[in-house]
Design a protein around this ligand. Structure first.
Ligand SMILES: C[S@@+](CC[C@H](N)C(=O)[O-])C[C@H]1O[C@@H](n2cnc3c(N)ncnc32)[C@H](O)[C@@H]1O
Length: 273
């Protein structure tokens, strides 16, 4: 079972979830070992284009790919082309891209298979750069989720599977690094990235949470008064922690064997948990 990136998720992603995903897209791009200016870049699992817009602004020639036409259609106007495609069956020949960036995509899939598919689009020495969520409990997300459970939310089957089966691998730096090497990547580095995203408004954190696919369709069915009360309660619950919030992600980079090597010396904008 896969996550449902339907119309409800698509329409709330950029403004709702983007508060969290956009700064993390910027941090992920900063870790890309390939010089973005002039590079051919694939934004895989692009969604509404958090990575694509920044890469294009940095001078890359970007192609976005996503399984959900609704997510792609909800992207703000931009100059990059987009294709509806499963990352496991990408319509691109080897050597098409200098870098493949996948922000919070491979946590939805068997990571080794997904990384191999991304690598198969690259030139020799090209870079794969990816982010996932770290395993473990995030106190801010947990505080919101507890209120949602109190109001009747129950995890959908795909989400339970993701937490039980995929997260223990994709959210663990050592295990993810092993899968990246198994996918044929070399010079693999995987590290925790826990950055203060600068979100100060507790309601923005609740809105982000409600915009994610495990909650969005359920939240959409709520009576407006119930939804407002739920947002009030959840915002009050997270308010003391929001300014210090550093959601823990896992960042990965590696490259395909062969030459030429990446054209930029790597920067590793890191932050501890
Ligand atoms: C968590 S969202 C991240 C979106 C975007 N990268 C960002 O950071 O805002 C995951 C995205 O991956 C897409 N996706 C999930 N499975 C996919 C697959 N097998 N192939 C391509 N895209 C996929 C979803 O449709 C969704 O847009």
């Amino acid at each position: 079972m896969i996550a449902t990136y339907n119309d409800t998720v698509a329409s709330g992603w950029h403004n709702g979830a983007g508060v969290v995903y956009r700064p993390l897209a910027a941090a992920l791009l900063a870790a890309c070992p390939v010089e973005l200016s002039g590079a051919a870049v694939l934004d895989a699992g692009s969604g509404t284009g958090a990575v694509a817009s920044l890469a294009a602004a940095a001078g890359a020639t970007v192609v976005a790919a996503d399984l959900s036409p609704l997510m792609l259609a909800a992207r703000p106007p931009g100059q990059w082309p987009a294709v509806v495609a499963d990352v496991l069956a990408l319509p691109f020949a080897r050597g098409t891209f200098d870098a493949a960036i996948a922000a919070f995509l491979i946590n939805h899939l068997d990571p080794e298979t997904a990384l191999r598919a991304l690598a198969a689009t690259l030139r020799p020495g090209g870079a794969v750069v990816a982010s996932t969520w770290a395993t473990g409990t995030d106190p801010v997300k947990a505080a919101v989720d507890a209120i949602l459970v109190d109001h009747g939310w129950r995890p959908p089957a795909w989400y339970q599977d993701m937490k039980a089966v995929l997260d223990p691998v994709s959210g663990d730096p050592d295990r993810l690094a092993e899968r990246a090497r198994g996918a044929g990547l070399i010079d693999v580095e995987v590290w925790m990235h826990a950055e203060n995203l600068g979100v100060r408004d507790p309601r923005a954190v609740v809105t982000y949470r409600l915009a994610t696919p495990q909650f969005a369709s359920w939240a959409h069915t709520l009576d407006e008064a119930v939804r407002r009360r739920l947002v009030d309660l959840a915002a009050t619950a997270v308010a003391p922690q929001v300014c210090e919030w550093r959601p823990a992600a896992v960042f990965l980079r590696g490259r395909t064997p062969g030459y030429p090597r990446p054209r930029r010396s790597a920067t590793r904008a890191n932050a501890s948990r």
